[in-house]
Ligand binder design. Structure first.
Ligand code: WT7
Length: 662
């Protein structure tokens, strides 16, 4: 089965007797720019306020939204861990993301600057978005979609993706977005699990300079499952498609004939908004369920606070795909609830050239950029001279999400993209948390490269040891969330027991995130990767993230992936796979130098036993390194499931490297 295996919760046995060794020392500090601090949306006071009255704080944040019925109740935690937030309130999420901005006189503001990969572009104002969403909502109703139904969405990064999501929200149907790079298998599993009645797709999208078909995968998936009555098809590329009469409907045909008027109905705050699937190592993907009022409150608040968004002047760009939670919370819901102007880009960063991102920033005057460490490391590899050719002076805040960001990648991002002045906000969260949980605030926090630092106002996070005791400053262990938060997952769709087992059984009364973490001497949190990726070397728990960061801090290394391989003497031995920077030559001298470099940075215990230079690393489609496969290579095992890799030939290349192991 081709489902994604990026997260592997519940297997934390590797971190057993001892807490994580705290090896990395990072002394660099960056204060917020004075002008940003002086005009920041959120100041240090927010922490105090939320600490004094957490629920009062969230009740106040809920008032950022427009409610049809204001909530009186903030949190119902009478049946933990099944939370209800703002349960007696009623609202319409799409109204909050679109109509109310038009009513407030901002209808002419651009909501989305769409940039297609082939270079076509289109500006969509809030008024136009309202009309589009209304037409789509009317079309869904005509098709027979009702409140409480599920709709699968399998689209490229085009405005119709956002419009579809909002149209579902508007009529109270839950969407289940399936990433456009996933297979027919993955679509079928997700349609089936959620019993979706409708699929919204496109003929194709543009990828690496070519139209890439989407509809065939939907045709195949729908043929295999029961219950999908209709398939809506957006025409994007104009390529040929197979057509099933009576089932398939062109998006443009059905939406164009609809009225642009649609009265949004008010739904309960706990009305399901979406299901988004995240995978496990075993078993079927987990359908993470998010609901309306609490989710939107925290998505909107964090987008306002962490990016310091000024909707009148900022141009925001999140480079994620709509198929990931980042696209849900920080392309569709958070920014639109806040009335932001944003860029949406369809394609890849190197089409038609490696400066495409910077060209887009220059073209639209992007002020806030939100991207992932894997993308940043790729830019580092491509060279400093590429961004240097563009005017990036509009930028004022830089965000990172998806993985721990190595300190060197953080510094590169700040220096080469942010003119050495933009704050970098490293935001830790998960599909399950719905929105950001741990992050610096750009106008408040003295930033530390590589650390997400501190739980946001109103959020309670800490690090515990095996026995659930909070570790002291300087200690390491497991990241846990200790109080419910508004955008928390409500359950795993159709499987409450799995919800309990996966997240709430490891530590009594605490949410187990599945990430290793440490606290530094100031109590700031450093994320150390998934607990399955922690290595146990001669009795010491060592984080793969820290060894990778040490390698990346060497001028010859662009990217590194580290695994623990079974070893007779040390239990596990550290094996590192590195991608060298353009000019560095692969010699045994260099390998020796890199081992010494790690030893110097982290101590001899962290010195890799073997270092293998490789051309590429195996990554999932969301950009995460699949260490599991590298472990297979390092332990001379047959490779596990490679179907979720972006490019499975990468593994062949890596395996041919083995004889040259140092
Ligand atoms: C896992 C969640 C959050 C949206 C994208 C990923 C890792 C995410 C960070 C960060 C260190 C991070 C964690 C987490 N992660 N952000 N800033 N620092 N690790 O969502 O696919 O649900 O993955 O991504 O391991 O548990 P996701």
């Amino acid at each position: 089965m081709a489902w994604d295996t990026t997260d592997t919760l519940g297997k934390g046995d590797v971190v057993s007797n001892e807490s994580l060794a705290n090896l990395l020392r990072e002394e660099r500090r960056f204060a917020p720019p004075a002008d940003l601090a002086a005009n920041a949306n959120v100041t240090a006071e927010a922490y105090e306020q939320a600490k004094a009255d957490r629920l009062g704080f969230w009740a106040e944040q809920a008032r950022r939204l427009t409610w049809a019925t204001e909530p009186n109740e903030t949190l119902d935690w009478s049946n933990p861990p099944f939370a209800k937030w703002f349960a007696d309130g009623k609202l319409n999420v799409a109204y909050n993301c679109v109509d109310r901005h038009v009513e407030a006189g901002h209808g002419d503001r651009v909501a989305i600057h769409f940039e297609g990969e082939p270079g076509d572009s289109k500006a969509i104002t809030y008024t136009e978005l309202k009309d589009e969403v209304s037409r789509a909502a009317n079309a869904l109703t005509e098709i027979g979609i009702e409140k409480g139904d599920r709709v699968a969405i399998y689209l490229p990064m085009i405005p119709e993706a956002v419009v579809s999501m909002l149209a579902c929200a508007r009529i109270g149907a839950a969407h289940s977005v399936v990433f456009g790079g996933f297979s027919a298998d993955a679509i079928a599993t997700r349609i089936e699990d959620a019993s979706a009645k409708l699929v919204i797709t496109a003929d194709g999208g543009y990828r690496r300079g070519k139209p890439s078909a989407l509809k065939p995968a939907v045709d195949e998936a729908v043929a295999r499952v029961d219950g999908v009555d209709k398939v809506l098809v957006v025409r994007r590329t104009g390529q040929e498609v197979d057509w099933t009469e009576g089932r398939d409907i062109w998006w443009h045909e059905i939406t164009q004939k609809q009225s642009a008027e649609h009265t949004p109905e008010a739904f309960d705050a706990e009305q399901p908004l979406f299901i988004l699937y995240t995978s496990g190592t075993t078993g079927k993907p987990k359908g993470i369920l998010h609901t309306s009022g609490g989710y939107l409150t925290q998505a909107a608040y964090t987008h306002h606070a962490v990016f310091d968004l000024k909707p009148e002047t900022d141009v925001y760009w999140c480079t994620a795909d709509i198929g990931w939670v980042t696209g849900h919370s920080y392309i569709t819901y958070g920014p639109l609830a806040n009335g932001a102007t944003q860029v949406m880009y369809e394609g890849t960063p190197d089409t038609p050239h490696q400066g495409r991102f910077w060209e887009i920033i220059q073209k639209y005057g992007v002020t806030i950029l939100y991207t992932a460490p894997t993308v940043i490391r790729m830019f580092m590899k491509w060279g400093d001279d590429i961004p240097a050719k563009f005017d990036l002076s509009s930028l004022r805040v830089l965000g990172s999400v998806g993985e721990p960001i190595n300190p060197e990648a953080w510094i590169w991002y700040r220096k080469h993209i942010g003119a050495d002045t933009c704050p970098v906000v490293d935001t830790w969260w998960q599909t399950e948390t719905g929105s950001m949980m741990i992050s610096p605030l750009p106008g408040v926090t003295e930033a530390k490269p590589g650390s997400a630092q501190r739980a946001l106002p109103g959020i309670s996070a800490t690090v515990v040891d095996d026995e659930a005791n909070e570790v002291p400053d300087g200690g390491g262990g497991y990241l846990v969330l200790t109080k419910p938060w508004p955008s928390m997952l409500r359950t795993i769709w159709g499987d409450d027991q799995r919800f309990l087992d996966t997240y709430w059984s490891r530590f009594e009364g605490k949410y187990f995130a599945g990430d290793g973490a440490k606290k530094d001497e100031d109590g700031d949190i450093w994320l150390l990767g998934r607990v399955d990726d922690v290595m146990l070397v001669s009795g010491h728990n060592i984080s793969t993230t820290e060894v990778e960061s040490a390698l990346v801090s060497h001028p010859s290394v662009a990217e590194a992936a580290v695994v623990g391989a079974a070893d007779e003497t040390t239990g596990q031995a550290i094996v590192a796979f590195v991608i060298l920077r353009g000019s560095a030559a692969e010699t045994s001298d260099l390998v020796g130098e890199l081992r010494a470099h790690v030893s110097k940075a982290l101590g001899p215990i962290a010195k890799p036993k073997r270092i293998l230079p490789v051309a590429e690393l195996p990554k999932t489609r969301s950009g995460k390194i699949m260490r599991r496969l590298l472990r297979d290579v390092a332990e001379n095992r047959e490779l596990g499931d490679v179907t979720t890799l972006t490019d499975s030939t990468v593994m062949d290349l890596i395996q041919t490297k083995l004889p040259s192991a140092a």
